[in-house]
Design a protein around this ligand. Structure first.
Ligand code: SF4
Ligand code: SF4
Length: 468
């Protein structure tokens, strides 16, 4: 069954699955139109950024470091700590709302143009495959031919190339997690000490190889949750890759000596199907499998150019615009949703920019109330937790502003090393004559580099004794 035939019963099975439930291996044609050229430029930028990312430093810190196990996070050179967890929550919420609003308006364009899966699949692995095995027709022939010398040579070359690229991706991926310096020291260090990292690298390489050599479009169609959510996020006003059936139907091939007046602009050439990396026919309408890669737009435009018809039979537009024969315009909904997205992102950036460099929290030691040190003196234990989120060692000091409180600690002033979290134990003592309540509120001033940055409050627990 050809890819084109398979799309006829598109509601009954996926574009790459036959009526028996078997997978149809896809051989999408590469079509070099305007949009493909823009995607290529974008992918160069994207790939350059991805591979250079671990080596880029801002003030000596990596551009991006996501060390989940070591709990070290650096984003755009800014270190983030587990104490900044609320930023992560906010980031996730902002991302979810952003993605929903973005998809409602602009459809799934992220998938085709920005998603790493599509960029690597279409702009790296597919191109390598075309280079080694030839175009889609030759690839199909190669698959069907017996294992002769040509097939063995090409398949071996492809395997080595795919595996090599997967290995490079795995290394880069790991460098984003532990930093390239550490990765390098582990790769070049003794095997006995670093075998876990090397096992991790092998697993990552195998996963990337499997994804790009075998799983391919199934990631977008069956695995990715974002793809699965399209059905609830898109509506007839969403901008999607769409076929203008008002203009295109009734479709039909151009035949000599046949009156074309009653026919639509679609010449039923099937090129839009042949280029589709997920194996669907966009003329059947918006489908879950469409990743908005826009290859079918380039394909159809090239056909329209040949038959002297205007481009845009397949284009990015909303179903309502097509039905009502109106072109793209910024509707109040698009403007409102875009404004909400800009505000959301703006608020998040504002919060990140105004985030403090040093944090201090004074907490009572868990499970403790008070100690009676002597007949006249009570004590309470506290933990002073401090985080220095900067790259510099900073002088810190704190002051207890309550009469009669005596502070005992190994370190009442001093320094907080760069990028460090410290916990100090403080012992406050009070004489019974100064204890005016069972629960005394005590202010503690925290100074960084001589400047007051925070006034914390805690409570001193001790029984108030009646005046003697
Ligand atoms: S239908 Fe068009 S835009 Fe959608 S995945 Fe196929 S080629 Fe890409
Ligand atoms: S490429 Fe254009 S003309 Fe050809 S089948 Fe697709 S929609 Fe019709």
């Amino acid at each position: 069954m050809s890819q084109s035939d398979n799309t006829k019963n598109y509601r009954e099975h996926l574009g790459n699955v036959d009526s028996q439930g078997g997978r149809i291996w896809l051989f999408p044609k590469i079509i070099k139109g305007n949009l493909y050229r823009y995607r290529t430029y974008l992918s160069w930028l994207y790939l350059a950024f991805f591979f250079a990312g671990p080596f880029i430093k801002i003030n000596g810190k990596p551009l991006l470091l996501l060390d989940v196990l070591g709990r070290r996070f650096v984003i755009f050179g800014q270190p983030f700590w587990p104490q900044d967890f609320h930023f992560l929550v906010l980031l996730v919420i902002t991302l979810i709302v952003f993605i929903v609003l973005f998809t409602v308006i602009y459809g799934r364009v992220f998938c085709g143009w920005v998603c790493p899966q599509t960029i690597f699949m279409e702009m790296v692995f597919r191109k390598i495959e075309n280079l080694i095995e030839g175009n889609s027709i030759k690839q199909r022939k190669l698959k069907e031919m017996p294992w002769n010398r040509e097939k063995i040579t090409k398949r071996t070359l492809k395997f080595l190339a795919f595996f090599g690229v997967s290995f490079i991706i795995a290394n880069t991926f790991l460098a984003y997690i532990i930093g390239w310096e550490e990765l390098w020291s582990k790769i070049t260090g003794p095997f006995g000490e670093n075998y876990k990292t090397l096992i991790g690298l092998t697993v990552f390489t195998a996963v990337f190889y499997t994804v790009f050599a075998k799983v391919r479009e199934l990631v977008c169609i069956m695995i990715c949750p974002y793809g699965r959510l399209q059905g609830v996020m898109l509506d007839p006003n969403s901008m999607v890759v769409a076929y203008d059936d008002v203009r295109g139907e009734p479709r039909g091939k151009i035949r000599k000596n046949e009156d074309q007046a009653d026919k639509g602009d679609c010449v039923d050439c099937g090129l839009c199907v042949d280029v589709c990396p997920t194996g669907i026919d966009i003329r059947n309408g918006t489908q879950l499998e469409c990743v908005n890669c826009t290859a079918c737009i380039d394909a159809c435009d090239s056909v329209m150019d040949k038959i002297n018809k205007p481009r845009g039979l397949v284009r990015i537009d909303s179903i309502n615009n097509i039905r009502n024969k109106i072109g793209f315009r910024f509707t109040p909904r698009i403007i409102a949703y875009t404004a909400v997205m800009v505000i959301l992102v703006g608020v998040f950036i504002g919060l990140v920019v105004t985030r403090t460099d040093v944090e201090a929290h004074l907490l009572r030691a868990p499970g403790k109330t008070y100690y009676k040190e002597s007949e006249d003196v009570y004590s309470n234990i506290y933990h002073l937790e401090m985080v220095n989120k900067t790259y510099d060692t900073i002088p810190i000091r704190f002051e207890v502003n309550y009469p009669g409180v005596m502070v005992h600690t190994t370190d009442t002033s001093g320094i907080l090393p760069a990028n460090e979290e410290q916990k100090r134990v403080l012992l406050f003592k009070m004489n019974t004559k100064d204890i005016k309540s069972n629960k005394t509120t005590i202010p503690v001033a925290f100074y960084v580099d001589g400047k007051l940055v925070k006034t914390m409050e805690t409570t001193f627990l001790a029984p108030k004794t009646s005046a003697k």
